[in-house]
Design a protein around this ligand. Structure first.
Ligand code: ATP
Length: 420
């Protein structure tokens, strides 16, 4: 198979979407008599500041020859990419059949977890004699090369079925019948996930940003995501595309230890809550996690909505595993696992006769009830009610990062408390 990688074609303000451009490339490939074996939508490191939104890159696996494939991709990028946005720097990489080498596979893996350079991409493109096209600063070559290596780099895949709007409607409010979306979401759940956010009452599958996507249905089975889409009533659809993707897989997370984390990477880290969670201006909730002498600030930001209640329910001494990206030394929580809960607290004893709180009888002299004269040597351990249980808690669908694994997909090392 020839593999066409494409990235960095859209604009935050002016729309477009690299998945749409890839769907158009796939259509052109078919017009040229080629077959499309698969379309890969790979989410790269979510911490990259150059991203427009979700740091997506696309690959099309086809039987078209390399020159034909490059021609089709180049023409489509020239026709559709928003190159007059200074932040849009497209790149296309085409690898011939059987030429996906180990260094390129490694590049794809690192693109999901680290920060890579345009020069690094150029070196590999040259070394393996891939064909390429690039525009302006050429930054898209990084994502395009990563997309080329992605299929061989990862072994866990989900799918997304995307419906695109007719050109003349883009930029106008999307006409989607939300009741049908909620009913379709119920039909497809849990094989199709993150279609809606029930608590927020929002159709997560319908984007708000300008651009060609009408809705995107994510899940584990192509027939089910298609079935969900079939049940949605909406404005006419220009075209649809089905992508295999690393969305919902946690491919961005690596194991880490408190005190040894780097900005721009995402981790799974174990530790003990060392400060009581505090809600700051804007509704963001912060607490510290410690491991030995090292400590890590963790944050649940306002957009994570009801997840913050779970975070506020934590207490000093709880043992956790936390997942998220580190930025400015703070881990932005995507999910956490309660490993061990503090279940008692030391408290001033109450009088067994009158029930009132005892008072200190002086230094090292225990506590005494002033009225009844009863006494105790020291504080007592009192059971505390906890709103949390052992296991994994997550942000709700409305706050999910594309690449983050929803709990309902399973594969976790403890009980799960999924949001839907
Ligand atoms: P789109 O919907 O167009 O794909 P996006 O949110 O995916 O939008 P891009 O416009 O593709 O964002 O911009 C991301 C840029 O960052 C691309 O140029 C890509 O090559 C580059 N990039 C992606 N991953 C990395 C990485 N790990 N290290 C360095 N640069 C990266």
């Amino acid at each position: 198979m020839t593999v066409i990688g494409i990235d960095d074609t859209d604009s935050r303000e002016r729309g477009m979407c690299t998945t749409y451009l890839a769907a158009r490339v796939a259509a052109r490939v078919r017009e040229e008599g080629g077959a499309v074996e698969r379309q890969v939508l790979v989410r790269l490191n979510p911490a990259i500041e150059h991203k427009t939104r979700g740091n997506a890159a696309l690959a099309i696996h086809t039987d078209l020859d390399v020159e034909g494939a490059l021609g089709v991709a180049r023409e489509t990028v020239e026709a559709l990419a928003v190159t007059d946005d200074p932040r849009t720097n497209p790149g296309v990489v085409v690898a011939p059949d059987g030429a996906i080498s180990e260094p390129v596979i490694d590049f794809a893996r690192r693109a999901v977890r680290e920060r890579l350079t345009i020069d690094g991409a150029r070196r590999l493109i040259g070394a393996w004699e891939y064909r390429h096209a690039d525009w302006k600063e050429s930054r898209g070559l990084i994502g395009a090369l990563a997309a080329v290596g992605a299929w061989a780099a990862f072994d866990e895949w989900t799918c997304e079925y995307i419906a695109y709007r007719e050109a003349h409607r883009r930029g106008t409010p999307r006409e989607v019948d939300h009741e049908s979306v909620f009913a379709a979401a119920d039909w497809g759940y849990p094989t199709a996930w993150d279609t809606v956010d029930r608590d927020e009452g929002s159709s997560v599958c319908v984007p708000r940003a300008p651009g060609p996507i009408l809705y995107g249905i994510r899940g584990d089975d192509p027939d089910v995501v298609r079935g969900v889409a079939d049940r949605i009533e909406s404005e006419p659809v220009e075209r649809t595309g089905i992508f295999v993707t690393n969305q919902g897989t946690d491919a961005h997370l690596r194991e880490g230890s408190v005190g040894e984390l780097r900005d721009g990477r995402a981790y799974r880290v174990a530790g003990t809550v060392s400060t009581q969670p505090e809600t700051r201006r804007g509704g963001h909730v912060f607490f510290s996690l410690e491991d030995g002498d090292a400590s890590l600030a963790c944050a649940a930001f306002e957009p994570t909505k009801r997840f913050r209640e779970r975070v506020r329910a934590l207490r000093v001494g709880d043992r956790l595993a936390v997942c998220g990206e580190v930025s400015d030394g703070t881990l932005k929580l995507e999910k956490f696992a309660v490993r061990d809960l503090v279940r008692t607290e030391s408290a001033v004893p109450s009088c067994p006769d009158c029930g009132r709180s005892m008072e200190s009888a002086g230094r090292d002299q225990g506590y005494r009830c002033r009225d009844c004269g009863t006494g105790r040597d020291g504080k007592i351990e009192r059971a505390i009610e906890r709103d949390l249980k052992p296991g994994w808690y997550e942000v709700p669908p409305c706050a999910r990062r594309h690449i983050a694994r929803p709990l309902v997909r399973g594969g976790f090392d403890a009980p799960i408390h999924p949001e839907r």
